[in-house]
Design a protein around this ligand. Structure first.
Ligand code: ADP
Length: 298
């Protein structure tokens, strides 16, 4: 029911007391590898919540790519439209300082080669999906092509943010952004509260619904008729906020695909985001439908 058009990355997370300056070499505390990328995270998030999910993506013919295919199989994500070719699987290098500050460098690799032709080749996977969900770690032209082919609800998570061309905005039904992405997309200051977020949401150029995630303040939705409301966050102890936005997008896609009304879908996605920040890790922290029940939070 959900087709995700997006990125698959190997995450290389290095912990260090300090980051090197130009020309300097220092020893880090340690490192670990994980699988990530906004596309892969959102596809797994949706699949864990019980949706039938298909992924449209590009990887390299390398070890990271094969690891990713295994992960998608384990998570029951249909990967028949994940193709491999020349070049490497995308890589995110994350430097984590003792202060908790992150510096992230993303090398797109195969993600940059995901083309409109790949979308066309995916055919019904995109064309017949009830929801097509995309982010901006793959080329804008590819996302636009996917939304043009779609007959279902088209959700764009404009992350990382960039100025969105009208031809893309015209084919978006639901735009999802966090506060800083909203500011970048609307060319406005970062909103200070939910009411201001709703106001700025009117200035993105998107003719559909705009959803803004506000971290510990929950989320806001604004519909094309100018109606807006605030969904407060569920109170949780935040352990690791990685992948909260991806969990939110995956959950929203699942609910809208099931025909859940927008206000209920927003409430559900806000809950799934909260559960994700209450657990450590990226993909590891994404809850299943059963987890939500066992935590008594449905
Ligand atoms: P991003 O990670 O993309 O910046 P947010 O930080 O806005 O996204 O988080 C996405 C969603 O996750 C929020 O809308 C909220 O529902 C949930 N969330 C994030 N941080 C917290 C928190 N500290 N407490 C409760 N919920 C949170």
């Amino acid at each position: 029911d959900v087709a995700v058009v997006g990125s698959l990355n190997l995450d290389l997370v290095v912990s260090t007391a300090a980051v090197p300056v130009a020309g300097e070499t220092i020893l880090a505390r340690g490192h670990r590898q994980g699988l990530g990328g906004k596309g892969g995270n959102q596809a797994v998030a949706a699949a864990r919540l019980g949706a039938a999910v298909a992924m449209v993506a590009r990887i390299g013919e390398d070890a990271a790519g094969s690891r990713y295919l295994d992960l998608l199989d384990r998570e029951h994500v249909d990967r028949r439209a994940v193709t491999s070719g020349a070049g490497e699987t995308g890589l995110a290098v994350v430097l984590v300082e003792d202060t908790g500050e992150n510096r992230i460098l993303v090398s797109p690799g195969g993600n940059a080669a995901l083309s409109p032709a790949d979308v066309t080749a995916a055919g019904e996977t995109v064309g017949a999906a009830r929801v097509v969900l995309a982010q901006l770690e793959v080329p804008l032209a590819t996302v636009t092509a996917a939304f043009r082919l779609a007959t279902g609800t088209r959700i764009l998570n404009a992350a990382p943010p960039t100025q969105l061309p009208a031809e893309l905005l015209d084919v978006v039904d639901v735009l999802v952004v966090n506060e800083t992405e909203l500011a970048a997309v609307a060319g406005a200051p970062v909103p200070r509260d939910p009411a201001e977020a709703a106001e700025v949401a009117a200035r993105t150029g998107c003719r559909g619904t705009v959803v803004v995630t506000l971290g510990e303040r929950g989320s806001v939705a604004r519909t094309p008729d100018g109606r807006w409301w605030h969904e407060p966050a569920r109170p949780v102890t935040a352990v690791d906020t990685t992948a909260a936005g991806d969990a939110f997008c995956g959950a929203l896609a699942v609910e809208l695909g099931r025909g859940t009304p927008l206000d209920e879908a927003l409430s559900r996605a806000t809950l799934v985001g909260a559960v994700t920040v209450s657990r450590p890790g990226a993909i590891d922290s994404l809850p299943t439908a059963a987890d939500l029940i066992s935590e008594g939070q449905t």
